[in-house]
Write a protein that binds this ligand. Structure first.
Ligand code: NI
Length: 166
């Protein structure tokens, strides 16, 4: 396994719309294993393939503290949205920025596991928000896109400044 490089906003590759996975082979499984390692190493709860410059529709996630509940969804689709929540989010691709994002409170997600078995999951709260956040990534959307222009500009300025100093 290997740690992958996580693309950082405003890298334009984060805007690429990922393609549907048509074949799950050993190369793709290796990418997923590396994504888990990268996600755990960065203390993230979710990682979309887009973030590691792999433009296939899949993401990894683990919301447990013990890192023992790995979830990988291939070709995820939200088929039902319900209610509303407004909670703070961050992203491994957006350094040092957290802000509240309006999301559906409850979702039903459909997709496949790594063995190509169809799956359906019902989620609410944090997990529902994460599903929406990761699927956004696969469509080239970042959580900062959901913020007001003012907040977005504040984050952009901070990142520009950090990049200048780096
Ligand atoms: Ni993210």
């Amino acid at each position: 396994m290997a740690l992958l490089k996580i693309l950082k906003y405003p890298d334009p590759r984060l805007r690429i719309k990922a393609k549907r996975v048509t074949k799950i082979d050993s190369a793709l499984r290796r990418v997923v294993a590396d994504m888990y390692e990268t996600m755990y190493d960065s203390q993230g709860v979710g990682l979309a393939a887009t973030q590691v410059d792999v433009h296939w529709r899949l993401f990894t996630m683990d919301l447990s503290e013990a890192h023992d509940q790995p979830i990988c969804i291939v070709n995820p689709e939200i088929v039902h949205l319900e209610g509303e929540q407004f909670e703070s989010e961050g992203c491994l691709s957006v350094i040092d920025a957290w802000d509240k994002v309006k999301r559906a409170a409850k979702v039903i997600l459909r997709g496949m596991d790594l063995e190509s078995n169809p799956l359906e999951m019902e989620a609410e709260g944090l997990m529902a928000a994460c599903f929406q956040h990761e699927i956004d990534h696969l469509d080239g959307i970042l959580f900062v896109d959901h913020l007001s222009r003012l907040k977005r500009e504040r984050i952009d300025k901070k990142i520009e400044k950090n990049n200048r100093q780096a």
